[in-house]
Design a binder for this molecule. Structure first.
Ligand SMILES: Cc1cc2nc3c(=O)[nH]c(=O)nc-3n(C[C@H](O)[C@H](O)[C@H](O)COP(=O)(O)OP(=O)(O)OC[C@H]3O[C@@H](n4cnc5c(N)ncnc54)[C@H](O)[C@@H]3O)c2cc1C
Length: 418
């Protein structure tokens, strides 16, 4: 078994871990403390490469706490003191707003972002150990008052004065984060809120969505529980095998966890820029224009043809053979379907398809510097915490900024022991 020893060891080389390593290393540019980073994957940053469809939406111009969920929202007042675009600027990565507040690297390349992080780690002398999974952490106090942790990872035994936990959640384990670090937290007695897949497609009755497979529609989407609207988001809904997806559905998906014992449904307003009266007038006008056509063509100038046909089917009522003969009563029914097309929510697509994991280490466990209060020398950052944000760069911003603050805290603490 190989043995190693560091002043600071970071477990997890994702967004949070790499940023923690850089922040710690920058506090000690003279290299007088040793910093290691261990990752179970063959290389660090695998998930980062997949973010923003390979373009890496790394922050947002509006980091309002309203866009985050979970007990660790209380830590946002700390992370908002750290500028993620400023951090990347210091690495030579130019960032820009895409016009909707989403901040990307100008080159739109997640690979360039990862390269910049790795280059800086190398420059600061951070040692990378890849392909080793942390299995067990034990606390020792062999050097008097200085804490010491022992980590077992496959064929490695690593001692470190301080540990930064940056192992991510349970989402998309093929990209690295398999939840093993959250399990280790449990074994250290660190309290966590229950985990669940967030930013995830929602499941509906397969037969109900089958005719729409492959279709997309702009809609205002309402998440309803027992008939009451809980929240809504505007955006493009995508219909796939038994699933509704798209950013607006992702952003509402956490509500299924909260209301899973209620009757949940998604209601789609397919003409969100028109009220009911305007929709009815529009349909009456088109009924005139297309009076001699089959009802199958009635709505094809407003929606894709399959969606138009589907809307009429959901009326559950046989229509006359020509559009012109559709009665005002049926037309009013069609308006109701368009303004409130309902799909029951019967589950979500699970961790394999979720972008982030809800739940994690609760806020009460932390001090301001992302240190675990009850265990001296231990820190945690990124998706391991009980917080996640909406789509739009919020999750990476939190991972980079909490990582940097944890890294800086650990480095400043190390100063006391030198
Ligand atoms: C497909 C996809 C696209 C996304 N796009 C965006 C986006 O554009 N913008 C945005 O803000 N967010 C996005 N997210 C979410 C964002 O990627 C995550 O919230 C963020 O990466 C979390 O960073 P992290 O460092 O905490 O965890 P991770 O990035 O998950 O890193 C954790 C690391 O720890 C390692 N690890 C885990 N357990 C162990 C162990 N026991 N021993 C050793 N190593 C371990 C893993 O291999 C991994 O490398 C996306 C997520 C996905 C899945």
């Amino acid at each position: 078994m190989k043995r190693k020893k560091y002043d600071i060891l970071i477990i997890g080389g994702g967004a949070a871990g790499l940023s923690a390593a850089i922040a710690a290393g920058r506090e000690w540019k003279n290299g007088s403390i040793t910093i290691g980073i261990i990752d179970r994957m063959p290389k660090t940053g695998k998930k980062l490469l997949a973010t923003g469809n390979g373009r890496c939406n790394l922050s947002n111009a509006d980091l309002s706490p309203d866009r985050y969920h979970g007990s660790c929202k209380s830590l946002l007042k700390k992370t908002e003191t750290f500028s993620v675009p400023g951090f990347f600027d210091s690495l030579g990565v130019v960032c820009e707003d895409d016009g909707y507040g989403r901040i990307y690297p100008r080159c739109r390349s997640a690979a360039s972002v990862l390269d910049a992080l790795r280059l800086e780690c190398r420059k600061l002398g951070v040692e990378e150990i890849c392909g080793s999974e942390a299995k067990e952490i034990k606390r020792h106090r062999s050097d008097g008052s200085v804490p010491m942790f022992a980590l077992s990872a496959d064929d490695l035994y690593i001692m470190s004065h301080q540990l930064i936990l940056a192992g991510g959640g349970r989402s998309q384990p093929s990209l690295g984060s398999n939840g093993s670090m959250l399990d280790i937290c449990g074994s250290l007695g660190i309290k966590t809120a229950p985990f669940f897949p967030a930013l995830v497609p929602l499941k509906t009755e397969p037969a109900l969505v089958k005719p729409l497979k492959g279709q997309r529609a702009d809609a205002n989407v309402m998440f309803c529980a027992d008939g009451s609207c809980i929240a809504s988001e505007r955006g493009e809904v995508q219909f796939t095998d038994g699933l509704l997806s798209g950013i607006c559905v992702f952003d509402l998906s956490y509500l299924y966890e909260e209301y899973r014992n209620s009757k949940c449904e998604l209601r789609l307003d397919l003409l969100p820029d028109m009220d009911r009266n305007e929709t009815e007038s529009l349909l009456k006008r088109i009924r005139e224009i297309r009076r001699d056509t089959s009802p199958d063509d009635f709505l094809s100038g407003i929606f894709t043809r399959p969606l138009g046909i589907y809307i009429l089917k959901r009326l559950n009522h046989k229509l006359p053979e020509t559009t012109g003969k559709i009665t005002d009563t049926d037309l009013s029914g069609i308006v109701s379907v368009i303004k409130s097309l309902s799909f029951p929510v019967i589950g979500n697509a699970g961790y394999e398809r979720s972008q982030v994991t809800g739940g994690g280490i609760i806020a009460d466990e932390f001090d301001d510097g992302f240190a675990i209060k009850r265990i001296e020398g231990l820190y945690a950052c990124g998706e391991m915490l009980d917080i996640f944000g909406d789509c739009g760069g919020y999750n990476l911003d939190f991972a980079f900024s909490s990582g940097a603050l944890a890294g800086r805290s650990a480095a400043l603490k190390a100063a006391r022991w030198l």
